[in-house]
Design a protein around this ligand. Sequence first.
Ligand SMILES: [Zn+2]
Length: 422
Amino acid sequence: MKNIISLLLSMLFIATVYAQKPKYKGQAPIKQVLTKSKPVQKQWKGTYSFDNDKVYFSNNFEGGRLNGIIKENDSIYTVLITSENTLINISPWYAFKIWSKEKKQIYVNLTYGNGYRHRYYPKLSKNGLQWTALDSINFTEIEKGDKNFGLESLALIVQMKLEISSDTLWVSAQELQTSKHVKKWIENLSKKTFISSKTIGFSREGRPLTALTIGKKNSKRMLLVISRQHPPEVTGYLAMKAFVKTISSDTKLAKKFRKKYTTYVVPLMNPDGVDNGFWRHNSGGIDLNRDWTIFNQPETLAVSQFIKEKEHETNGAFYFGIDFHSTWDDIYYTIDDSYQGNMPGLVPEWLDNIKKEIPNYNPNIRPSKKMEPAIISRNYFYSAHGMEALVFEIGDNTAREFIKEKGRVSAIELMKLMLLKI
Ligand SMILES: [Zn+2]
């Protein structure tokens, strides 16, 4: 009986996940869920080794995730990756290091347990900074998905063939971009005279939440940029970086824009999730992008207070709000045209201009009509502050050069249009 119940529950769970993130159709309506903290499973951190073996695995670094290993034979290792808690969508983040005393070829199987499936194509690095995708000849789906599309098309077990040696090899679901990397990026940007950074709060585990100010400190015209509510969504973060870099550049347009508008950026909304290698939640065990109604979590609360503080200090308004994410494809989740914020028409006109600027590009735009209760950041930005707001989703596998180009063009077109509108 117990087995039947758990089978039914897991079927229901898979069905729910499928409804939320079908592979090509975009998201189903978002449901309000409780956002009071829940326990998360702590990950054992350290180096795994085996009797009479000279191969080592480690998850002992920021962003690392590896929850167990079985040595199958002399050359095959099966790695288990588990989530921080449930219910959770299929976004199994993994990151670990491997080395061996002798040069050797091994096979590493990635397994996720409990009906979860492989999502992120492996990336390799020698130093944790430069990454390349694993050569496809060294990648095999051992247990394939059972459908041709949708989440059930994803493999249950995949295998990587790896060359290992005494030089550490890093394996990760996406390029590692943890607190440490973000901090460095912020420090570099803050060297510019018109950029400063400020701690606006702390995560549950005490990591700082940082906001960048780009432009004049007291401007009445403001924009808000956030990213990384969901830890594995690195491609959205990469687009955000290119977007912010363009607004911070020395072009005539950017200089003019910064005289009229100030951009506030919270690049890392969920530092605990990112540094713990979580699949989706913060260390309160909650999807932060479901907490923009009640603000039970410190990360969302800090940003909502920051917005109010800025409005109060400047007696001005936020005209635009953007939240960068990643999913299966590039998608813009916008707000239906019938809603008019502080700069009506901005987002549809902007997306139209981006389309004209990028050859052969046909953006996937999905407007939403339901704004209350807010639940997610975009709705809160609009409903509580009148921002013309959207979710900017980048595909997990979108070419990195195209991500940069899209971030750059998006920023240029936004600056042009916002300058025309005042
Ligand atoms: Zn997301």
